[in-house]
Each structure stands twice: as structure tokens, then as C-alpha cells.
Design a binder for this molecule. Sequence first.
Ligand SMILES: Cc1cc2nc3c(=O)[nH]c(=O)nc-3n(C[C@H](O)[C@H](O)[C@H](O)COP(=O)(O)O)c2cc1C
Length: 382
Amino acid sequence: MIGNTFGRFFRVTTCGESYGGALMAVVDGVPPGLKLTKEYVQAELDKRRPGQSQLDSPRKETDQVEIVAGLLEGITTGAPVGMIVYNVDRQKIHVDQYREVKDLIRPGHAEYNFFVKYGAYADWCGAGRASGRETVGRVAGGAVAKFVLEREGIEVIGHVVESHGIKGRRLTFDEVKANYRRNDLNCCDLEAAEEMIADLLKIRAEGDTAGGVIEILVRGVPAGLGEPVFDKLKATIASGLMGIGATTGLEFGDGFEAARVKGSQWNDQPYLDDQGHVRFRTNRCGGFLGGMSNGEELRMRVAVKPTPTLSKEQDSINMAQMKEVKLAAITRRDITICPRIYPVAEAMVRIAILDGLYMARGYDALARLDPKWKKMGEPGKE
Ligand SMILES: Cc1cc2nc3c(=O)[nH]c(=O)nc-3n(C[C@H](O)[C@H](O)[C@H](O)COP(=O)(O)O)c2cc1C
């Protein structure tokens, strides 16, 4: 398997499977002198942990993190930070359930491709590396990025904006922050959340699952992060977000609406604020111009497919016998992946932004431009 590292300067490498011994993250590029605690990382992992609500998989994972490298007497030394989370809910009954269907393709899951790529060695237990459990390492790495970004005044927040076609109101960053995690779905339009949750409980009773949309907002990113060509900040974020399982679409700013309007309706008009800084009157582009940050809030939305595992019979193929068969109902799963995935999306966006910050600061140091240009990219930070 190739490609278990994300980032160029600030890099997170993960390993671990659904029913393996543990999930791990190695974080490279951590500045020295940070009082990083396991409680800080744990708070992020707790957002992602299963079994917290009636919408989540009942799998009883405690997701307790240990920081095993990179700290001396509680303070980062600049060495890679290593973190480990043991899988604790690996009961035989569940392993045996997966063993029974180990040769079958489960619709919506990645087994067919795993058979093609890894043959007889494909991990058949709980989707292996394609499982949602893989995202534990991302969230642990993202927590380290969060710690560093806080010092830079950069905040990332994610929430659920749509579930099974029921849409929440468009909210500002402050409104999302005020209502963050106030319900099981983390939908910050509290009225819409009630409707969404009632609908999801009906779907659960039918043995079915639902998809939705999550939104990520970022405040405090200076202008000019990202490079103009292949290493656009937008492209790095897209890679991070689309690398999460169950994601099916991505929109920056008003995204697909761009296809439906005229240029005069789309372009965000620049103006000078009362301190003489360049700002934009609207933010249809979601804070990106030329793929680089333009100093406005970053805004992106990710479509999430309905959870593939169903309590309903589905079509399958037995790959050992090359025979069409039926796959019986399976019970343990998230009804919707949305409330599980937003902490993962927050983590990936944080890693991408911190990585972009490292690149920009390194490049700026060598470019040695007149500082007036740099100041211009940081409205309110002079
Ligand atoms: C945080 C998270 C939790 C997930 N939980 C489940 C689950 O409980 N049941 C399930 O069938 N799929 C779950 N998935 C989705 C599958 O991992 C994913 O859909 C599958 O591996 C196929 O990959 P693809 O959807 O990217 O094509 C979860 C994904 C994430 C990111």
C-alpha cells in the first residue's frame, strides 16, 4: 500500500486498520516548545469517537490516545510526535461476522478493489484500511496542527449543513461557533437539526442509511497561502478532503453556482477597508483566488454518501467462487457518516493549511520582498 502520508513540510503519516491492534500517527514538522497534552489531542478524538449517539455505530471504542514520542517532560522537542490509539472493541463475534462474508463484495464498500490490488492478502475485517477507523490517525495529527494554528490566530470549524435532502440555513462563522456540537448531528441550525434527526431515526427504523453535506469554515488565514500552479492551497485541501472515505463531492465557496450565473454576478468586488486593507465585498469564491488564499474566510462543502452497510439484503458476488449471491443484512454501522466525518475534515483542512503556512513562510524568507507586501496580505495583523 502506498500513500499513507499527507503534507510536504508538516506531514502526517498514519497506519492501522479497523480490527488491527492500534491506530497510529507520526507527525513531522512539529515546532519545539509546545505544551501539547494528550488531553488536547483527546478532545479532538472524542468528537470523532463512535457510539456517542443513536446516529453512530454502536461499536464501543474508547479511542484513548497516548503520545509516545516527540515530547520531553510534556513539551515538544521538534522531533516527530508519535501517537497511538488501541482498538479495544474487537470481539470475536464481530470478527467472525466479517469472516463469514470475507469473500463477498459488500455494495458501496471497497472490497472489489482490495481483491484486485491485494488478492488473497486483502484485509477482510471491517474494511481494513478503508474503514472509518483509519481516520483516527488523521484526527490525532490534525489536533497537533490545531495547536500550532491557534498560535497563528487561525480557526477551523466544521458542521453539518444538509442531511438526506433537508437543508440548514446558511450560517456565519460566529453562528456556527455559538451552536457548535449542540446536537447529535452537529447541525448548527438548531431547528433544521431537529427535523434532520427525526428523519434519520425513521431511516434507521427502516434499516437504511442517509447521506448529507458538511461545511468547513476557516478564519484568520493570511492572503497568499498556496502556490500558483500544482501546489494550490485549494488543491491541497481538495486532496485532503477527497482522501476521506465516503466523500463524493467538494465545493469551494458558491462552487457549482458559478456555472449558473454571469461574470458580473460572480466576481467578488475588491474595496479598501477603513484601515486601507484590500478586502472583498462578497466571498463567492470561498476565500481562494488563483488557488491561493485571498485573506477572506475559507469556505468549503463536502458531500457525504449514505453509509454503505445496511440492515437490508443486497446483491453481491462471492469472489472465491465467482458466483452472484445475496449479502445478508448487517447491523453495526453509522446511520449517517456526517456527524463522524466533520472532525476528520477539520483535521485534514488544518494539516493542509499548516503545511501551506510552512511553505509560504519558507518561500517568503528567501524571497526577501519589501515587508510592505507581506503586511498587505495580513489584514488586521500589523
Ligand atoms: C468517519 C467514518 C465513519 C464511517 N463509518 C462507516 C460505517 O459505520 N459503516 C460503513 O459501512 N461505512 C462507514 N464509513 C464509510 C466507508 O469507510 C467507505 O464508504 C468505504 O470504505 C468505501 O469508500 P468510498 O465511500 O470512499 O468509496 C465511514 C467512513 C468514515 C470516514
